[in-house]
Design a protein around this ligand. Structure first.
Ligand code: 5AD
Ligand code: SF4
Length: 433
C-alpha cells in the first residue's frame, strides 16, 4: 500500500472524541495530508466509542462498508474500541492501524509503517504525553472544545471508561490557558472544557473554578462551559462561580443515572438520590435560571418497577432542560456484566419510552418558558433557509433567526417561538462584541 495523500476522520460518541478527532485531523494535515470526504480519502480514521454494545458494533459495520467501495482506503481504528479490543481488531476485521486515545500523537508514524505493509498498533497509555506532541490549534469554529482532564477513577459498575481512558489525569493549568488563548486567536468565542469528570480537574489544589476564573479574563472569550461532571466532585467553589462569573454559562450537565438510592449503590455511584437533589438546590440557590441536564440508564440489573418509579419522580422533582437516556448495555470486563437479575429487553424498552416521554415533556416546558425572554445567542452555523443562522442560547438551546450578522457574532435575540427541538427568535439589537 502506498503512503496516503488524503485522509478523513470520522468520530463517534462523546464530545471528547470530537475533540480528539479534530486534533488527529490537525496532526495529519501537519504531516502533509489533505482532508477529503470518506468516499475519496486514502486514509479513513474511525474514532470509535465503546460505551454501549451498539456503538461498538457500528465500527465493524462501518469497516465493512468502507471495504465494499471500489477504492479500498487504509483504515485506522482509533478511540475507545481500539483501546479496549487492541490486537483483536486485526483478527476481526481487515484494518491497517489500531491506535488508542492516549497514543494518537503517534498516528503519522503508525500510518507510515502500515504503508510499508505492516499492520501497526499503539495502545500505550503514557500520561499526557500526547498533548505536548500535537501541533498548534488552527482555525476553529466559534464554539470549541478543550480537553482539560481525561480518565476516570470512579468505577461505576456498568462503565468501561476507567478501562478505555485510564485513570483520572488533569492537564496542567498553564497548558490549558495557552490552548484556550490559541483557540480564541483561531476564532473561538466559546470554549467548552472537557473531561470524563471535568469537575475533578485539579492542578496543585487550584480546582476547576480557579481555572474558569482565569479563562474568564481572556479577551474575546465570551462564554465558558464544562462537561461532564460527577455529583461528588461538585465543590462549593465551582457552585459559587456559577453565581458570579458572567462568562460561565447557566447550564450544568450532571448525570445521576437513576433516582433509586438502592440502584445508585449497586452502580457504585457513591451518592444517594437525596444527596443529588440537595446539591441541585445549592446550585439553584446561586443561579436560579440554571438549565439542568442529566444522563439516565434504565434496566440496570435488578431494577424493579419501584426503583424505576423513583427515577421518574426524580425527573419530576428536577425539571431537566434536556437529558440523555439509555438502555443498560452489559459491557465485557465491568462488574455489572457479571450481575444476575438482568432486565428483559421488553421491560427496558417500556421504561425508556416512559422516561423519555417525561424528559421530553420537561424539555418542551423549559423551551416554552423561554419564549418572551431576550438573550445573547452565539451564531454557529447556517440554517436551512436563506439568511438564516443557528446559534445557542446561554441555556444551550438551539436558536434560529434570519439575520445579516455573521457566524461567530454574539447577538441579542428576542425568543419568539418554541419548536420541538429549537427556538425561533428575532434580532433585538447587535450586542457589543
Ligand atoms: N450502558 C448504558 N449506558 C451507559 N452509560 C455508560 N455506560 C453505560 C452502559 N454500560 C451512559 C451513562 C453515562 C453516559 C455517557 O453513557 O449514562 O453517563
Ligand atoms: Fe463512567 Fe462513572 Fe466514570 Fe462517568 S463517573 S466515566 S459513568 S465510571
Amino acid at each position: 500500500m502506498s503512503a496516503p495523500k488524503t485522509f478523513h476522520v470520522k468520530s463517534f460518541g462523546c464530545q471528547m472524541n470530537v475533540y480528539d478527532g479534530e486534533r488527529m485531523a490537525e496532526l495529519m494535515a501537519a504531516d502533509g495530508l489533505t482532508q477529503a470526504d470518506a468516499a475519496d480519502a486514502d486514509l479513513v480514521v474511525l474514532n470509535t466509542c465503546h460505551i454501549r454494545e451498539r456503538a461498538t458494533e457500528k465500527v465493524y459495520s462501518d469497516i465493512g462498508r468502507l471495504r465494499k467501495h471500489g477504492k479500498t482506503p487504509m483504515i485506522a481504528v482509533a478511540g475507545c474500541v481500539a483501546q479496549a479490543e487492541g490486537p483483536e481488531i486485526f483478527a476481526r476485521a481487515k484494518v491497517d492501524v489500531v491506535v488508542g486515545p492516549q497514543a494518537y500523537h503517534n498516528l503519522p508514524a503508525l500510518v507510515a509503517k502500515a504503508a510499508e505493509g505492516t499492520p501497526s498498533l499503539d495502545t500505550d497509555m503514557p500520561v499526557l504525553s500526547k498533548f505536548g506532541a500535537l501541533p498548534a490549534r488552527r482555525k476553529v469554529s466559534p464554539s470549541a472544545f478543550l480537553t482539560v482532564q481525561e480518565g476516570c477513577d470512579k468505577f461505576c459498575t456498568y462503565c468501561v471508561v476507567p478501562y478505555t481512558r485510564g485513570a483520572e489525569v488533569s492537564r496542567p493549568f498553564a497548558a490549558i490557558v495557552d490552548e484556550a488563548k490559541a483557540l480564541v486567536d483561531a476564532g473561538a468565542r466559546e470554549i467548552t472544557l472537557l473531561g470524563q469528570n471535568v469537575n475533578a480537574w485539579d492542578d496543585d489544589g487550584k480546582g476547576l473554578h480557579n481555572l474558569i476564573r482565569t479563562l474568564d479574563h481572556i479577551p474575546g472569550l465570551a462564554r465558558i462551559r464544562y462537561t461532564t461532571s460527577h455529583p461528588n466532585d461538585m465543590r462549593q467553589g465551582l457552585i459559587d462561580a456559577h453565581g458570579d462569573v458572567e462568562s460561565l454559562m447557566p447550564f450544568l450537565h450532571l448525570p445521576v443515572q437513576s433516582g433509586s438510592t438502592r440502584i445508585l449503590k449497586a452502580m457504585n455511584r457513591s451518592h444517594g438520590r437525596d444527596d443529588y437533589l440537595r446539591l441541585l438546590d445549592r446550585v439553584r440557590a446561586v443561579r436560579p435560571d440554571i438549565a439542568l441536564s442529566g444522563d439516565f440508564i434504565v434496566g440496570f440489573p435488578g431494577e424493579t418497577e419501584e426503583d424505576f418509579a423513583d427515577t421518574l419522580s426524580l425527573v419530576d422533582a428536577v425539571g431537566y432542560a434536556q437529558a440523555y437516556s439509555f438502555k443498560y448495555s452489559a459491557r465485557p470486563g465491568t462488574p455489572a456484566a457479571t450481575m444476575t437479575d438482568e432486565i428483559s429487553e421488553a421491560v427496558m424498552d417500556d421504561r425508556l419510552q416512559r422516561l423519555q416521554a417525561a424528559l421530553n415533556r420537561d424539555q418542551q416546558a423549559f423551551n416554552a418558558a423561554s419564549v418572551g425572554r431576550t438573550c445573547d445567542v452565539l451564531l454557529e452555523r447556517p440554517g436551512k433557509l436563506p439568511g438564516q443562522l443557528i446559534g445557542k442560547s446561554p441555556w444551550l438551546q438551539s436558536v434560529h433567526l434570519i439575520t445579516d450578522a455573521a457566524i461567530g457574532d454574539l447577538v441579542s435575540v428576542d425568543l419568539m417561538r418554541a419548536d420541538p427541538n429549537s427556538l425561533a427568535g428575532v434580532l433585538a439589537m447587535r450586542a457589543a462584541a
